[in-house]
Design a protein around this ligand. Sequence first.
Ligand code: DON
Length: 316
Amino acid sequence: MTATDTSNDLDAELRQIAEIARPTARQGELADYIPALRDEDPDCFGLGLVDMDGTEHMVGDVDRPFAIQSISKVFALVLAMQRADRAEGVKKELWGRVGVEPSGDPFNSLVQLEHEQGVPRNPMINAGALVVDDILADHCGDARRELHDLVNELVGEEVALDDKVVHAEGNTGSRNRAMANLMLSFGNLDNSVDDVLDVYIYQCALTMTVRQLARASRFLANDGVDPATGRQILRPPLARRVNAIMLTCGTYDAAGEFAFDVGLPCKSGVAGAIMGVVPDRYGVAVWSPPLDPSGNSRAGKVALHELAERRGLSIF
Ligand code: DON
């Protein structure tokens, strides 16, 4: 923080940012493939920052839970990287079976997967997350439980699972099922399609609030150490790699635009939340359900742009 950067300044600025960003949600569209997303209030808006000493700066609907959806891909990757850090074989397996290149394609695209012999471009698109979940299913006693425990730990309290979302995602996941089958046909899936989808659907249906997401991303801003507990969640070079993947791949085919306009590692989800990392400073989260055509929160992106611009937070 600069000498003049008091908590009051920051809170006032967050309120101004919310005023600017909130109305832009009207230019977006709610995801409509399941009722929980279709029926969400499009006017909800929450923005929050948690700093390294635990001070929380919050504005708007920051305590209202939503399904974290694709943001869970970060937590699944972290769990897989923890396993990979303990066993060279798992490390080779992880980075041999999923890449680290931006896809430039929609998050649920099948086309690239066919061209690239069933090896997904990165762990932030659906196909990549399915491979990560397959690896978790192989190397965790109970992948769903361990993932849920990791999220609980990072948040400092129990987060809930939305059973309705689990049920609805199970009934609508034809493209994910197709991707898993395609990867199975290329030999890039060990477990059954159903078992892998069970883990994926479970992680998407974990529900969190803006406050909780901002808390949960803080370890990535702090060289892999959770500032709340002092526990090293990932070694520093690994935490940096998660940030690199979030920056280059976390907002799908809009990752370049996010790097340009926001300049922070971010991960979005189809419920309209975005989790961000400001290295050495803050865990950040924003939630506004209407999405832009890339599947990222319309007003969320505006808010992050304003925040990064006004506070000079871009990593570049
Ligand atoms: O796999 C799906 O279709 C969803 N359950 C999650 C996708 C998601 O959040 C993509 N985000 N923008």
